[in-house]
Design a protein around this ligand. Structure first.
Ligand SMILES: Nc1ncnc2c1ncn2[C@@H]1O[C@H](COP(=O)(O)OP(=O)(O)O)[C@@H](O)[C@H]1O
Ligand SMILES: [Mg+2]
Length: 398
């Protein structure tokens, strides 16, 4: 058999097997759903005491929880968001505490966070997906965008790109140069997280790398005046700015036109770094290339004003001497630009990933308590720190 046909056959077999696995995991509809949260978890998310939440439920105020064995109360994320709105209405002076959404009237802009590094396996998808979910759980209106043709973020949200998406279903559909371009709002999908929408990815995103050079060539011969490639992601995002507080973009592991356009749309950037010598060496290449390319974009009129740019240590093993040395080295070099909290390496992340889940989706009982708690503690510290930077960029106090 010709090699291309053999590969195509393998692709078909693999795709069919993956679909069968998904059907077994998430049958009968193959649709993912978000678990319910215990009253303790719900109270923490809303920022009230468990006792106060119980009082609300006894008084019949706001959305009511589901009651399980032994009178335990469970809340769906929509109930939690309903309670947030209810509490904000009842206590206007503390509305901000319950509903942290941005206030456009006070000039709070939609934040666009790009998670990037051209090293595969540096934790971009893990970081961006958990960050988007953290922010949705915290009550923000979030748009997650999968910019990687490999579509791992989409997979974590339950999509199997070659089956679930037609043509023009990714961000490419909203930034392409020809007349098949469609409004971004038509490409956005609701997810099973209340308040979290997704623009899924698939291989078609790669088209942008092929059509952009053609556009640039056409421009040189004087023909076309369509928006430059670096402005396209930003222009698409502008059309939905009224609907979201924050956009989280999972960038592909390459510095192509798509990544550059995403960086130009970004209001802040997270560079994920796995603290190993080879990764750090390749990161230095990445930084040189990024700086070079961005300066070309800036000279061509692209705007680059980040609220913050931070390095995030990922898959960190605190007991590993060499890793700790590299972290120390990065901190002494970049100071505050390295986030204080690292994301630790934990089987909780990789095991949850096996069933295409995040740590926010799996139940605590799925792991030993110590494993789950250690991973969750690290994840919460990282996401709280990023949320803090975001809120600071809105000039809010605290
Ligand atoms: N903190 C972590 N602990 C354990 N495994 C991790 C962690 N972060 C990522 N992984 C695993 O490492 C692999 C690569 O991570 P991923 O986030 O997909 O990186 P990237 O998007 O940069 O390629 C995945 O299989 C993921 O499950
Ligand atoms: Mg990835």
């Amino acid at each position: 058999m010709a090699t291309d046909r053999a590969i195509a056959c393998d692709a078909e077999m693999l795709s069919a097997q993956l679909q069968a696995m998904r059907d077994r995991l998430f049958s009968p509809t193959s649709k993912k759903a978000l678990r319910k949260f215990s009253s303790g978890e719900a109270a923490r998310l809303i920022g009230v005491s468990d006792g106060y939440l119980r009082q609300l439920s006894i008084a019949g105020e706001g959305p009511q929880p589901e009651t399980g064995a032994g009178g335990r109360r469970y809340y769906a994320l929509d109930d939690i968001n309903g309670l947030r709105r209810h509490l904000a209405e009842q206590n206007p002076t503390k509305a901000r505490h319950y509903l942290p959404r941005r206030d456009a009237g006070r000039g709070e802009h939609m934040q666009v966070i790009a998670v990037t590094n051209f090293k595969g396996g540096s934790g971009k998808t893990t970081t961006s997906t958990h960050l988007a979910q953290h922010l949705a759980l915290a009550g923000y209106r979030v748009l997650a965008i999968d910019l990687d043709p490999q579509a791992s973020m989409s997979a974590l949200f339950g999509y199997q790109p070659e089956l679930d998406l037609d043509g023009n279903d990714t961000l490419y559909g909203a930034i392409r140069y020809d007349d098949e371009r469609r409004p971004l709002v038509d490409v956005i999908r609701r997810t099973y997280f209340d308040g979290l929408d997704l623009v899924p990815g698939n291989l078609e995103l790669q088209e942008f790398e092929h059509t952009t050079p053609q556009m640039l060539a056409a421009r040189q011969t004087g023909g076309d005046s369509k928006a430059m490639f670096f402005a396209r992601v930003q222009e698409a995002l502008q059309t939905v700015a009224g609907d979201y507080d924050v956009v989280v973009m999972d960038c592909p592991p390459q510095l192509g036109f798509l990544t550059l356009s995403a960086l130009c749309a970004a209001t802040s950037v997270l560079v994920t770094v796995h603290p190993q010598m080879l990764d750090v060496a390749s990161m230095s290449q990445f930084l040189f290339m990024t700086a070079d390319l961005l300066s070309v974009v800036r000279e061509a009129g692209g705007e680059l004003n980040f609220d913050f740019m931070r390095y995030l240590i990922t898959r960190y093993e605190p007991n590993d001497g060499p890793q700790t040395q590299i972290v120390g080295f990065l901190r002494s070099l970049f100071g505050d630009r390295v986030l204080t909290a690292p994301l630790v390496k934990s089987t909780a992340f990789s095991d949850a990933g096996l069933t295409k889940q995040t740590l926010y989706e799996v139940a605590r009982e799925s792991f030993s308590r110590a494993t789950y708690d250690r991973a969750m503690e690290s994840l919460t510290a990282v996401n709280d720190e990023i949320e803090g930077l975001m809120v600071k960029a809105w000039n809010r106090a605290g």
